[in-house]
Design a protein around this ligand. Structure first.
Ligand code: FMN
Length: 466
């Protein structure tokens, strides 16, 4: 079977530094040994190498059988890494309880590994107490999406050194002020003002704007004019206008209103889900899957959000594994963007970094966006942590508008102006004119008659007065 070059290239590019289990077979007897990173020698023909100690029994078997398979372990398979390294003295049969299947060469393949490569020995080089086996790759599989298991300095973990030390060349700001920002405000903002704000934000260089929410006007009176807002904004080329929909009815309304993108959302917290959406998380997931399918059929792009991704006002901590599991299921639906919200504003930069490092390899080509709240003053620090870990899309609200109706005391989303200012100061362009966004904040502050949490527009105004 010819090896698909794309798969081989992907395997090499992503997992070459992971821990592997090299397996082989002697008659019917399987053997396996943990080995560190292996390297690719060429793409055509596809060749890889492993370096094994001469004293190992597996070494002798591979020499005899002329075949081996490389199983690249995921972060959750550390136990196998130890087991096949002979580090678990109680384990007699290393393959016990593992449902292997058999490669073309007869070598056993471990299930759910990040990737496996089935190889025939092509050449053996003498490396003293080790031999370097060059294997011709006969088959490869990379279907399991996960983070690789790394081993460094006797620690089984994903390397802390994975953080990208440089900043991305550009960041994308998604303005959610007109929707999630205004939604909690009891004072109704006139439709004409909302439309003027949205047009002004587009003129300021914002290329993604969440303009309204298609919820029941009884539940959220502020969004009763959703359709009218959509019909009155002056669409600008290059700007994507989206609407929030929490159920199929909302999605149909967003489609009928002519929006090209719908923003879906569910909560990672069971209590928050029941209180804010009136259903269990599993039900919300099933609803989201149906909505993604419908949106696709309507030709709409889909952003799927996970609320309470870092904590919950009712439950406190939210298990990161749970969030990763949800993200995995949402990504499998084929959404265009995954957005994680720190609804309670309790995330800290280290938590954000860990979550992002876990999710980015899963998301692969699907962009990851973060919606960060400033409840505990950590919003911009969290933005920086995410940015340095490879996220470059952020949902922000002009003036720092927003909050969470079901999370008492939660302050707004980090302010667009403050975020853009920090990004620009660090040399990361956004294409946004801070002064023009600040004018929007000033306008809303005057209407609401109270000070918004964002800092930048006030500094801007003070500078202009001088
Ligand atoms: C992370 C890790 C990577 C390893 N890499 C290699 C390797 O590349 N080559 C090697 O010969 N042994 C390597 N070892 C050591 C072998 O796994 C270990 O000596 C062997 O499993 C002992 O098994 P045995 O009982 O079959 O002799 C590694 C061990 C660990 C924990």
């Amino acid at each position: 079977m010819p090896v698909d070059q794309q798969s081989f290239r992907r395997a090499m590019a992503q997992f070459a530094s992971g821990v592997t289990v090299v397996t082989t077979v002697d008659g019917a007897q399987p053997f396996g040994v943990t080995a560190s990173s292996f390297s690719s020698l060429s793409l055509d023909p596809p060749l890889v190498l492993v370096c094994l100690a001469r004293r190992l029994h597996s070494h002798k078997v591979i020499e005899r059988s002329g075949a081996f398979a490389i199983n690249i372990l995921s972060a959750h398979q550390a136990e196998w890494g130890m087991r096949f390294a002979g580090m678990l003295p109680d384990v007699v049969d290393r393959f016990a309880g593992i449902e292997t299947h058999v490669a073309v060469t007869g070598s056993p393949l471990l299930p759910d590994v990040l990737c496996w490569l089935d190889c025939r020995v092509w050449k053996v080089y003498d490396g003293g107490d080790h031999s370097i086996f060059v294997g011709e790759v006969l088959a490869v599989d990379t279907s399991s999406a996960d983070t690789p298991l790394l081993y460094h300095n006797r620690l089984w973990r994903r390397s802390e050194a994975l953080a990208v030390p440089t900043l991305p060349p550009r960041a994308k700001i998604i303005e959610v002020g007109p929707c999630t920002g205004l939604q909690p405000e009891a004072q109704l903002i006139p439709t004409a003002t909302k439309v003027a704000l949205i047009d002004a934000l587009a003129a300021a260089g914002v290329t993604r704007i969440q303009v309204c929410s298609f919820v029941s006007p009884r539940r959220v009176p502020q969004m009763a004019d959703a359709e009218e807002v959509c019909s009155r904004i002056k669409p600008q080329p290059g700007v994507v206008y989206s609407g929030l929909a929490l159920n199929m009815r909302g999605l149909e309304r967003a489609h009928a209103a002519g929006l090209g993108q719908v923003d879906l959302s569910l909560s990672a917290s069971e209590s928050h889900s029941r209180i804010s959406a009136g259903c269990a998380v599993d039900e919300a997931l099933a609803g989201m899957a149906a909505m993604v399918e419908r949106a696709r059929a309507c030709g709409m792009a889909v952003r799927a959000g996970i609320q309470c991704a870092f904590g919950c006002a009712y439950e406190g901590e939210v298990d990161a594994h749970r969030v990763v599991g949800l993200a995995r299921r949402i990504l499998a639906m084929g959404v265009d963007e995954l957005a994680l919200a720190d609804t309670t504003g309790t995330a800290n930069p280290q938590q954000v970094r860990r979550m992002v490092q876990e999710l980015l390899p899963l998301a692969r080509a699907t962009p990851l966006a973060l919606c960060l709240h400033d409840t505990h003053g950590m919003g911009l620090a969290n933005l920086l942590a995410a940015l340095k870990s490879g996220v470059y899309r952020f949902e922000t609200a002009f003036g720092g508008l927003g909050g969470c109706p079901s999370t008492p005391g939660a302050s707004g989303t980090i302010a667009t102006e403050d975020s853009v200012h920090m990004l620009h100061e660090m040399g990361v362009p956004t294409g946004i004119d801070i002064a023009r966004v600040a004018e929007c904040s000033q306008r809303v502050e005057q209407i609401l008659g109270r000070q918004l949490p964002g800092k930048l527009w006030r500094l801007q105004a003070a500078r202009e007065k001088r």
